[in-house]
Design a protein around this ligand. Structure first.
Ligand code: PLP
Length: 355
């Protein structure tokens, strides 16, 4: 039987997607050839790329609004520097809300002046900072909508007079937002979209072409746009599985329908964390709690081994917290069924009875 997969990324994907992807490895599009042995310029693959781009924009409600969807390589980490390469002329603002934000800041500092507008680093990133003002005249403001490691998520997005850039790697396609507030969104595929190997970049074309530096072709969003993400050989398998997952999302009723399910899953687990005296949530303010990565600790360390054994026996995988936080992290991405969350809750309740 398949395990209950709470991995933070790469992570659970819909079973139907895995089955279709396996089939395509053997015989893609009735070509009697594998998906990974045909040309990326073939009609069959070009349709995959086009469909993936179209679905990404559709799910975000950004069709016909001046945005392009790109499937690039190098992970979200490559976007830490590509964003700065393409947009930073003098000064950009960053919100420092976790390890990934900090890494984005480090890379951007190679290209210009960076102002950290607010940070929760001193509190080990257990909250989303509030009460800050964004100065005017920045080249862009960079934020991270969901902090995968610490389990915090932004619900209010700052108003700016500059382009708003968002790393949505761990919550893209999980909830309805007004995505037109963002000028550039990027996300590594390996959470809600597909396997590792491709990164979705959704960018408003009008913000590009404003920096004076020369940009190497592979790092230039305009080059990738002009070649429809085919400037070089794209990661065909990752793009194909992303397309299948975006189709699956559409079959589920789209982002609005999946958001409801995500809310139910998060509520079920957070209610148990709050109710059960053996557990404690990591995030201080309830309003900052992530609906994708639920972080918690066990109050009595002596119970940890028993809990771990019980989890393993129940077929639970990937519940360990990140080494910088400790404790537990349940990543409850789009494809994770509520039944899996219920299994964790049951184990938490059994532990309470035993303790
Ligand atoms: C929010 C966030 N940003 C960036 C990254 C880095 O992604 P990648 O490993 O694709 O470079 C991750 C990885 O987990 C992440 O969760």
């Amino acid at each position: 039987m398949k395990k209950h997969n709470f991995s933070a990324g790469p992570c659970i994907l819909p079973q139907s997607v895995l089955e279709k992807a396996s089939q395509a490895i053997l015989n893609f599009d009735n070509l009697d050839l594998s998906l990974i042995e045909i040309s990326h310029r073939s009609k069959s693959f070009v349709s995959v790329m086009e469909r993936a781009q179209e679905l990404a924009l559709e799910h975000l409600g950004l069709q016909d609004k001046g945005y392009k969807a790109l499937f690039l390589q190098g992970g979200a980490s490559m976007e830490f520097l590509m964003v700065a390469y393409n947009l930073l002329e003098k000064k950009a603002g960053y919100l420092d809300t976790g390890t990934w934000s900090a890494k984005a800041i480090k890379e951007a500092k190679l290209f210009g002046d960076i102002e950290v507008i607010a940070s929760s680093k001193e509190e080990n990133y257990n909250n989303i900072p509030t009460g800050f003002t964004v100065p005017s005249g920045l080249d862009y403001l960079h934020i991270t909508s969901n902090n995968t490691i610490f389990g915090t998520q932004m619900n209010d997005f700052p108003e700016t007079d500059c382009p708003l850039v968002c790393d949505m790697s761990s919550d893209i396609f999980s909830r309805v937002l007004d995505f037109s507030k963002f000028d550039l969104i990027y996300a590594g595929a390996q959470k809600n979209m597909g396997p590792a190997g491709t990164t979705l970049v959704v960018v408003k074309e009008a913000i590009l072409g404003k920096v004076s530096r020369v940009i190497p072709s592979m790092l230039d969003y305009k080059v990738h746009i002009s070649k429809d993400s085919m400037f070089n050989t794209p990661p065909v398998f990752a793009v194909y599985v992303s397309m299948l997952t975006l189709e699956w999302l559409k079959e589920q009723g789209g982002v609005a329908a999946i958001e409801q399910k995500n809310n139910e899953k998060a509520e079920l687990l957070y209610n148990e964390i709050d109710r059960n005296p053996l557990f404690k949530g990591f995030v201080v303010n309830k309003k900052d709690r992530s609906k994708m990565n639920v972080t918690f600790t066990i109050e009595n360390d002596a119970l940890k081994d028993t809990f771990d054994t019980m989890c393993a026996e129940a077929g639970i995988n990937g519940l360990n917290g990140h080494r910088s936080v400790g404790g537990y992290r349940a990543s409850i991405y789009n494809a994770l069924p509520i039944e899996s969350v219920q299994v964790v809750v049951n184990v938490m309740q059994e532990l309470e009875k035993k303790a």
